[in-house]
Design a protein around this ligand. Structure first.
Ligand SMILES: *Cc1c(COP(=O)(O)O)cnc(C)c1O
Length: 364
């Protein structure tokens, strides 16, 4: 394992350590580990933080998407239009629910799903649109909602990279019928393990999804419909409750570091995707370079860790090759050129300048 002088991120708790230790102790002393008071409390506070009426804690962000689709009664025969540039889990979740992901290319500026490409991908089988607020940048929800309303389609928002983001001042996740969140440790709000949540303003849908996450049980040992086993556990819920009050500050720290990168990289001629909405929460800070692989190798040699989100457009993944091929040239270009620079709330100014300085030397 290489050790980097500037790691991509650090996952050992810092300022949140005392609150996390107290949360873990509380759960262990109570002796209640699945679907209990911690999950209920976190669901309430997370819904409030997202500007939603209800939240449902689930096992992962992937499950969150699949459970929303099931909750809406979508499955085999239904097409879900989504983006080719995301964690592949976005599309895998559609397939877990039995639905068919259909890929609409991305907007080359925003790097989120292109509204005109959505229009072109609509068929009589289209049931839903699944935009992803990729890298923390909100998708163009105004245009997406206009299409959905005109065509009678459901909108499900993948907010796994966009905790607390806003789109034209409105919380992400509040335009569509429901939104999926992941608390995978690297996300803007991360657990110390897997976790996920769904937010919605629809009380009936929330109740149904609570049943689905718990085996479809209507009552203990009575399974009214076919559900899954996907529950946020008490330990993770308690940890997330400890961290949630810090999230706004962490988001501000991400934005400040992104602004510094923009300033320091302005003279390099590298393509830095624009901030299309002030509500961007900078889950990642990607740059684009036609010489991406050489740049990454040179940074690695200089002790700077970078990652690629994502090297392969989802429709080009072997796991999805049975689907009809999608033509997404913008996705192909971005996946060939994109490189995520280190960025996390506790990242020091010195590390930020070291990364920008190395890139400036390498691109001079
Ligand atoms: C992380 C992520 C997921 C999957 O979340 P898990 O909790 O890992 O299942 C889905 N979509 C996007 C955009 C993600 O970043």
């Amino acid at each position: 394992m290489t050790t980097f002088r500037v790691p991509f991120m650090r996952l050992v708790p810092g300022e949140d350590r005392p609150a996390i230790d107290a949360a873990i102790r509380r759960v262990v002393e109570r002796g209640w580990y699945v679907l209990g008071p911690e999950v209920e409390a976190f669901e309430r506070s997370f819904a409030a933080a997202c500007g939603a009426a209800h939240a449902v804690g689930v096992g992962t962000g992937t499950d969150a998407i699949a459970i929303i689709l099931r909750g809406l009664g979508l499955g085999p025969g239904d097409e879900v239009i989504t983006t080719p540039v995301s964690a592949a889990y976005t599309a895998l979740a559609c397939m877990m629910a039995g639905a068919t992901p259909v890929f609409a290319d991305i907007d080359p500026r925003r790097l989120t799903i292109s509204p005109s490409a959505i229009e072109a991908a609509i068929t009589p089988r289209t049931a839903a649109i699944l935009p992803v607020h990729l890298y923390g940048q909100p998708a163009d929800m105004r245009a997406i909602m206009a299409i959905a309303r005109a065509r009678g389609l459901a909108v499900i928002e993948d907010c796994c990279q966009s905790h607390l983001a806003t789109c034209e001042g409105r919380p992400v996740g509040s335009s569509g019928v429901a939104a999926a969140y992941s608390f995978y440790p690297t996300k803007n709000l991360g657990a110390l393990g897997d976790g996920g949540a769904i937010t919605t303003n629809d009380a009936g849908l929330a109740e149904r999804m609570k049943r689905i996450r718990n085996g479809g049980q209507t009552d203990r040992y009575h399974h009214g419909e076919m559900g899954v086993n996907s529950r946020l556990d008490e330990m993770q819920a308690a940890i997330l409750s400890a961290r949630l009050p810090l999230l706004a500050g962490w988001t501000a720290a991400r934005r400040a570091r992104a602004a510094t990168y923009r300033q320091l990289l302005a003279a390099t001629g590298l393509e830095v995707p624009p901030e299309c909405d002030a509500g961007h929460v900078y889950h990642l800070f990607p740059i684009l370079s036609p010489r991406r692989d050489q740049l990454q190798a040179a940074l690695r040699a200089d002790g700077i860790e970078t990652l690629i989100h994502y090297p392969v457009p989802i429709p080009r993944q072997p796991a999805l090759e049975a689907l009809s091929p999608a033509v997404c040239p913008e996705a192909d270009r971005v996946c060939a050129q994109v490189l995520s620079l280190p960025l996390y709330p506790g990242m020091s100014e010195a590390d930020l300048r070291a990364v920008a300085g190395a890139i400036r030397r390498l691109t001079a």
